[in-house]
Design a binder for this molecule. Sequence first.
Ligand SMILES: Nc1ncnc2c1ncn2[C@@H]1O[C@H](COP(=O)(O)OP(=O)(O)OP(=O)(O)O)[C@@H](O)[C@H]1O
Ligand SMILES: [Mg+2]
Length: 473
Amino acid sequence: MFETVPCIITVQDKNYKLVGYNREFSDRFDPQPDDYCFYAYKGRSTKCPNCPVEKTFRDGKSHHSEEVGISKDGTPTSWIVRTSPIKNEKGEIIAAMEMNLDVTYHKELEEELERSEKKYRGIFNNIRNPIFVLDADTLEIIDCNNSVQSVYGYARDEIAGKSFLTLLPENEKSRYAAELKSASVINQVKQIRKDKEIIFVDLWVSPSGYPGKDVLLVTTSDITQRLETEQQLIQASKMATLGEMATGVAHELNQPLAVIKTASSFFMKKVNKREKIDSEILFTLSEEIDSHVDRASRIINHMREFGRKSDPKLDEIQINDVLEKSFEIFCQQLVVRGIEVDWEIEESLPLILADAGRLEQVFINLLINARDAIEETWELKSPQKGDKKITLKSRSEGKRVFVEVQDTGGGVAGSIIDKVFEPFFTTKDAGRGTGLGLSISYRIVHDLGGSIKVVSREGEGARFIVTFPSVPE
Ligand SMILES: Nc1ncnc2c1ncn2[C@@H]1O[C@H](COP(=O)(O)OP(=O)(O)OP(=O)(O)O)[C@@H](O)[C@H]1O
Ligand SMILES: [Mg+2]
């Protein structure tokens, strides 16, 4: 048995000289008579540090260790050592038996694994975007890469073990907790850095497996700066729109002013002639003045509101209301130009989640474009009634709400239809168009999870179709 067991066995005396060994040992290490174990195993000239044989001679117990040596053919070999004492009849320890199990292959695998682990950790850490590994149930941060520190200010040790929700504002935690478990992309998430500064990120979630655990890999991309630039651009375009509408609004304000003027002239005339004003007439005219002042201040407030710089905020809104409001600020312009407007509105549409001010900007952009297209097309022709017309539609279908703005202008030529949403693409003369209207509208709509497209055949007018996801009941 001693000779043929599939492991190495050697017996050493107190001086570490080999007094016996089996075939497995002589095959692997080629020992010479009177060799010391340290020489035969490892080619050493002195006892190994931490020698388990020495410990066994000292306390009579079994010991173990892990060793590395060189086998007969010169290859490094690893093995696990277990020792046990051999005693004579008097119970004295006269030798120690050493049993070794070759673990070279496992060692190599282990090292390979370590190398590979190092390699992938290196890649993981050096990816520019922050990556979090979350427990899929509790959303606890199990691991994260180095980029987390530069974006969020937290070192890995500080944030590991905490909930991912720590990085979110208090009032949005529960919403995102649910969304993280179901969505794959979440845009424009507000997050809080260690220094309490607010940043905005786009966030990708992919479920993945960890040994014995379901995890979520969350990658984020800091879009704070992009949003700031966009905000400025949106504001600039708003101001341009306001300028554009100034003439229309002047018209709009003239009407209530005229009514007030008429009434006040009438009063003055009566007073000058020392005539009594009939109380019923007095009341009717005062009522007129009152309602027209209200109308004028509504227009002014609306302009002011529209021009105000504000952070986007999402509310549940009725898109028909926004459409009407956009039209209100704009209708005078159309009347002056003899452009009719047809409404095909579906009442009680489902609500959508959006920023009303921004949406208004989208619709006004579309209305201005429709107006310009109609103007350009009919400028030199003699239009009949109904030739210059904008149709505004709203409807719902499944979980989406649709708004359409259709005009009877010249349409968008096939050769440029792919370009109209690009920033700075314009076919209008310098000073008339900057080419930002549609690209900004595109951004605003997409940020709300919606889409915008144009359908047009040349010569038939353009139809812009905007869709939004409706708020679930
Ligand atoms: N209703 C439409 N009919 C025909 N062409 C259109 C229509 N709307 C947009 N376009 C085309 O798309 C281009 C880009 O529109 P966009 O609103 O982005 O810029 P713009 O109107 O030229 O300038 P800005 O809106 O910045 O004043 C327009 O120049 C025009 O060629
Ligand atoms: Mg435009």
